[in-house]
Design a protein around this ligand. Structure first.
Ligand SMILES: Cc1cc2nc3c(=O)[nH]c(=O)nc-3n(C[C@H](O)[C@H](O)[C@H](O)COP(=O)(O)O)c2cc1C
Length: 227
């Protein structure tokens, strides 16, 4: 698969096979992530690979619980029955054999104090680049990923950091499962419209699949030679 195919074929995956991922493939994926560009070449990241079955299951359970409680119920205000329906998609998520956590080790001491806050914004931009590389490399190797940030709502990140012994001063940015999956060749995502998003916000759950899969037409996002 060439780079463009991998970029365009990537889809967020939830249904994994329990088969372990070969260590060489994990290494290739992490190498691609760590080769992303970083501001001032600071390479502020660290990756935690969780592939012990009992730990991976705990991470999966964490994310599933947070998805229901923090995202569907608290953030989006879904009633219990709608949340339960949406959570069916996560029913087999605990099969995921491996998780990769992306952490940022903030290195700010070298900068003048007034610029240190801006460095954190750089770090998040850097993390985005690493994650894009990671997901693209995984796709190219036939592996599935899905970024999770639901644990950043509330104080769940702290508990995950505790579970995995991540030091206090290190920021846990995001988590993705990594594994072979059962979702087949990705379909062309449906067209997305901003009205679809607005109607979802008005509480019309029928639009959710479109919201979660759809793509805004790229020409609606691009301005030529000025806005
Ligand atoms: C920054 C970020 C955070 C995300 N957080 C979650 C999450 O907490 N739970 C989840 O199920 N999916 C999460 N996702 C996955 C998105 O829902 C998914 O990428 C989106 O629906 C588009 O689908 P696609 O990746 O197949 O194009 C996240 C994606 C990104 C980029």
């Amino acid at each position: 698969m060439d780079a463009l195919q991998a970029l365009n074929n990537r889809r967020a995956v939830l249904r994994f096979k329990p088969d372990p991922v070969e260590p060489e493939k994990v290494k290739l994926v992490l190498q691609a992530a760590a080769n992303a560009a970083t501001a001032a070449n600071l390479q502020p990241w660290a990756f935690v690979v969780v592939d012990q079955a009992h730990l991976a299951r705990q991470v999966a359970e964490y994310l599933v619980k947070a998805q229901a409680e923090c995202v569907f119920k608290a953030l989006l205000g879904m009633p219990d029955d709608v949340t339960a329906r949406q959570m069916r998609a996560y029913a087999e998520f605990d099969k995921a054999p491996c998780f990769v956590l992306l952490c940022i080790q903030p290195k700010v001491e070298f900068a003048l104090p007034e610029h240190r806050a801006a460095l954190h914004e750089w770090y998040l931009l850097n993390a985005g680049g690493a994650l894009a590389n990671l997901m693209t490399a995984a796709t190219a190797l036939g592996l599935g990923t899905r970024l999770f940030s639901n644990f950043t709502l509330g104080d769940r990140g702290q508990a995950l950091k505790g579970l995995l012994g991540i030091p206090e001063e290190v920021d846990l940015v995001t988590i993705t499962p990594l594994g072979y999956h059962e979702e087949g060749e990705p379909e062309e995502p449906p067209a997305q419209t901003l009205e679809g998003i607005a109607s979802f916000r008005r509480g019309e759950p029928a639009t959710l699949p479109n919201l979660l899969r759809g793509r805004l037409p790229v020409q609606s996002l691009v301005h030529q030679n000025g806005w």
